[in-house]
Design a protein around this ligand. Structure first.
Ligand SMILES: C[S@@+](CC[C@H](N)C(=O)[O-])C[C@H]1O[C@@H](n2cnc3c(N)ncnc32)[C@H](O)[C@@H]1O
Length: 272
């Protein structure tokens, strides 16, 4: 059965473009060679939610299974969950991005350098050093699996559900219309267990970004679009924080006017 039918042709073309040309090393060089205030905002919010927000910090150990959806080649957002959970699964549609995650998790010499980001996480508190955070992430990391948000079952053939799903700069870049974005958010929300929490970070007002000579489209979202999409996925918005753009277009060849961090809750009662 073709499960992509709820999506426009554009979403399928975007997916093909990622699969055919996305270069993780060039992406790292352009967007993650240094730590900017927008990435700091994402890391700080993830850290605060995992350590202080009662929606997460009050959970028992058996309700802390974490999935990162659409991680790209980037291990650092998952690192903010390393001391919250015993189990982090990462997911990404592009095989070369999954390989980059595996290189880093296996401490291979060819792995990309994320040191400034781990140093920043260490500076956020708890007295842990950057290498302790990296070691702990490698310890709780389970696997990086394929995902595709245009599928009815985005992790097929895996049918696992998760207590916490985190996703950064993914859904708005995997779609070009609000209807497709809403549909994809609904599919990702279906991967939550009852009582689960979605943590979503991303760009506001962005229509495209470049990696070298390749331009990737995205859907331009405002705060209200996010609230609508989350509500139509049957989740309750617990908090939504925004930050005006902090980077120049030389630093980041993208046209967003801001970034956001959203926490939403699936209100079904957990059975255990
Ligand atoms: C801008 S990158 C963000 C990567 C990373 N999460 C980050 O924060 O830098 C967009 C991501 O969306 C992923 N993506 C594109 N189409 C997708 C789809 N149909 N389903 C799931 N992810 C998709 C890409 O592979 C890529 O990793």
């Amino acid at each position: 059965m073709n499960q992509e039918n709820d999506f426009s042709e554009n979403a399928k073309e975007v997916k093909q473009q990622y699969l055919e040309v996305f270069d993780p090393r060039l992406y790292h060089r352009i967007y993650y060679s240094s730590l900017d205030d927008e990435v700091k905002f994402f890391l700080r919010r993830y850290h605060e939610v995992f350590t202080k927000d009662p929606l997460l910090s009050a959970r028992c150990r058996s309700r802390r299974r974490v999935l990162e959806f659409g991680c790209g080649p980037v291990p650092v957002y998952a690192a903010s969950a390393a001391f919250f959970t015993e189990s982090i699964t990462m997911s990404e549609i592009i095989p070369t991005n999954r390989s980059e995650i595996e290189f880093w998790m296996n401490s291979r010499p060819e792995a990309l350098d994320w040191t400034p980001f781990f140093s920043y996480l260490a500076s956020l508190g708890d007295g842990r050093k950057e290498n302790e955070i990296a070691d702990r992430l490698r310890e709780v990391f389970q696997v990086v699996i394929p995902c595709d948000g245009t599928l009815e079952e985005p992790l097929a053939p895996i049918h696992q559900k998760y207590d916490v799903i985190m996703t950064t700069l993914c859904l708005e870049f995997a779609t070009t219309t609000k209807a497709d974005h809403r549909a994809m958010l609904g599919r990702v929300a279906n991967l939550l267990r009852p009582g689960g929490v979605l943590l979503m970070a991303g760009a506001l007002g962005n229509t495209s970004y470049s990696v070298g000579s390749t331009r990737y489209p995205s859907v331009s979202l405002q705060k209200e679009d996010l609230e609508d999409a989350v509500t139509s996925a049957a989740l309750r918005v617990a908090s939504l924080v925004t930050l005006e753009r902090q980077t120049s277009s030389d630093e980041k060849p993208a046209d967003h006017h801001g970034v956001f961090f959203l926490v939403a809750e699936n209100q079904e009662e957990p059975t255990v």
